[in-house]
Design a protein around this ligand. Sequence first.
Ligand code: ARG
Length: 461
Amino acid sequence: ASNQMWGGRFASGPAAIMEAINASIGYDRKLYAQDIRGSLAHSEMLAKTGIISADDSKKIADGLGTILKEIEDGKFAFSTKLEDIHMNIEARLAELIGPAAGRLHTARSRNDQVAVDFRLWVKDEFHRVAEALKGLIAAFVERAEEHAGTVMPGFTHLQTAQPVTFGHHCLAYAEMFARDLSRVRDAIERMDESPLGAAALAGTGFPIDRHMTAKALGFREPTRNSLDSVSDRDYALEFLSIAAIAGTHLSRLAEEIVIWSTPQFGFVRLSDSFSTGSSIMPQKKNPDAAELVRAKTGRLNGHLIGLLTVMKGLPLTYSKDMQEDKEAVFDAAETLDLMLAAMTGMVRDLTVNAAAMRQAAGSGFSTATDLADWLVRELGIPFREAHHVTGRAVALAEEKKVGLEKLTLDDLKSIHDGITADIFSVLSVQNSVKSRQSFGGTAPAEVRRQVRYWKKRLAKA
Ligand code: ARG
């Protein structure tokens, strides 16, 4: 039998393969609540503008209410023959209320219907991601407060560079995830327009009220161009790109956790709830959750490239290609939600080994820059020359197999005779971090100031 929704001109039904490639109900059933919300708003508007009767609109609303309950109770029979969520719901509505169901689709097409459903879904997901990001930022701010004075090595090229504080490192991630949060907010702002009423692509001759449906669905305003309304998937692309960037941040953090939790570094210990053992090596405690966060970033990147590729050659307006937007976004959303939750748990739970961090902070001649700065400040030597003098001190320390602070005053004087015992005050890691009080620097006092800033900002966020 031909399709009951669009089969008027067809003599026979689709081949089984056609049905398999065409149907989206397997995944777009996720849009059921948004589809029903959209239909309710549309039907109320149709009644208000006199396009359908108040009586039919009432029947439609009652029927949609029954369907919502059926789906939520797991009693709804989804059918692949009915392709997608829109037709599944409409067909069931016809069973429940009869001919009035056929009036719901007046002045509407599945093209604007799916566009409004998907926007509603993506908007909700943006809000979920915003909340999760806030939770992760809050976790970092708490750890930063606790560890404002905990000294660790700062790295460039993963080589010891200068001592920093763990609190400062935590706030670096607060910055990154706060940028992700601001990207989410920007994206919501841009996509907060209702495409409902664009109909198939050209608008409609019925006297609809798009401002009314936009308002009822919680959008700021209706979209201004019917062609763009049904062909735009920028909001999905933006979701995927924001997810990919946030994933990149999560992955860098995951990598640091993997490194820090090795016995060789020993900077942190993961809680039992976020690590696993080995079935053969009894001593092992593996950072599986962090590794999986690192790996799942690949999926997020794949989904972004996937949908960009789907969209790139499509002529305006709707093409069925666009049905491929949903699995990418649904999977990216599920993946990102999981990654954010796992990372927030790990950051909250991990135990910091301050002694190991401090010891590592002092190795690798990490206060060499402080030595050079002392020469500049106290002896008026140009920085380039001070750099050279310090390099000789490092070479000497290396030769004697000691840290810079263990060189004798005579050692140092042999390199530059202006050096006095005062120089030893800048060679400790504590004094090194304490001195770096420039705005945004690693000094504990500055980290505490930034923590106060973040607490205020989070309270308003
Ligand atoms: N299932 C379709 C999608 O997700 C709904 C829109 C179908 N429109 C159409 N003209 N075939 O894109």
